[in-house]
Design a binder for this molecule. Structure first.
Ligand code: DC
Length: 235
C-alpha cells in the first residue's frame, strides 16, 4: 500500500497533472482551460479528439459502426492543435467540431473499444512538463489513472442544457432548449452505460457540483483541491 502510494507520488511528481471528467456541458472544457492557464500547463481537450474522428468519418463517408475503419482513421488522424483552435488535414475545424451533429456522432463512435484504444497513445503523449490538465470522460479512470488530482465535475441536466443553449446562440448556431435537454439526457445515458470506459468518477476523485457555481468559483475549487493535494503529498 505504502509502496503504491510512493510510486503514485513519484509518477505525479514527474509531470504533475489534473484530470477533469464529467458529463456534456458540465463546464469542464472552460474550467480545464482556465486551470491550465492559471498553472501555465498544457491542455488536452480529449472530447475534441472524439469530435475530430467523428467529423473525419462523416466527411469521408465512413460508416459510424465500422469499427475497423474508424480505428484506422483515428490512428492516422491528421490533427494539429494550434493557438485557440484545431486543424484537420490543414483546415481549420475549430467551429465545425462543435456542431451538435458532430457531438452526437462523437458520442456514438466513442462506444467502440478499438477506436478508444487507437486514441490512447495520442492522448498520453500530451503529458509533458511543466504539467497537463486533461478533460473528458475517462481521463482519471483509464487514460491517466496516476494523475496528481482527479476531479469529477457535475451539474444538473437543466443547468447544463441552459449553458449549452447560451453557448450555441452566442456562436451563431440555432438551438432549441427542449431538444438540447433531450439530447443531453440521451448522451449522458450512452456515455454512462457503455461497456468501455463509461463515465464515472475515478477512484479518489474530488467531486465538484457546479450547478450553483460560476466559472471563477469552479476554477477556484479545482485550484484549491490541487493545493490541498500537493500539501498532502509533501507530508
Ligand atoms: O466533451 P465533448 O462533448 O466534447 O465530447 C464529445 C463526445 O466524445 C462525448 O459524447 C463522449 C466522447 N468522449 C469520450 O467518450 N471520452 C472522452 N475522454 C471524451 C469525450
Amino acid at each position: 500500500m505504502k509502496g503504491d502510494r510512493q510510486h503514485d507520488a513519484a509518477a505525479a511528481m514527474r509531470v504533475p497533472m489534473i484530470t477533469i471528467d464529467g458529463p456534456t456541458a458540465s463546464g469542464k472544457g472552460t474550467v480545464a482551460q482556465r486551470v491550465a492557464q492559471a498553472l501555465g500547463w498544457h491542455l488536452l481537450d480529449s472530447g475534441a479528439l472524439y469530435r475530430l474522428c467523428a467529423l473525419a468519418a462523416l466527411r469521408a463517408g465512413v460508416d459510424l459502426d465500422d469499427t475497423a475503419a474508424l480505428a484506422r482513421l483515428a490512428a492516422t488522424l491528421p490533427v494539429r492543435f494550434v493557438a485557440d483552435g484545431v486543424e484537420l488535414d490543414g483546415h481549420d475545424v475549430t467551429a465545425a467540431i462543435r456542431d451538435e451533429a458532430v457531438g452526437n456522432a462523437a458520442s456514438r463512435i466513442a462506444v467502440q473499444p478499438a477506436l478508444r484504444a487507437a486514441l490512447l497513445g495520442l492522448q498520453r503523449g500530451f503529458r509533458r512538463p511543466p504539467g497537463l490538465v486533461a478533460d473528458g470522460r475517462d481521463m482519471g479512470t483509464v487514460v491517466f489513472p496516476d494523475a496528481t488530482l482527479k476531479v469529477f465535475l457535475v451539474a444538473s441536466t437543466e443547468s447544463r442544457a441552459k449553458r449549452r443553449y447560451k453557448q450555441l446562440i452566442e456562436k451563431g448556431f440555432s438551438a432549441n432548449l427542449a431538444d438540447l435537454l433531450r439530447d443531453l439526457g440521451e448522451r449522458d445515458e450512452r456515455d454512462a452505460k457503455r461497456a468501455v470506459a463509461p463515465l464515472r468518477p475515478a477512484e479518489g476523485a474530488v467531486m465538484i457540483d457546479s450547478t450553483h457555481l460560476d466559472i471563477d468559483q469552479t476554477v477556484a475549487e479545482v485550484l484549491g483541491a490541487y493545493r490541498d493535494c500537493c500539501s498532502r503529498m509533501r507530508r
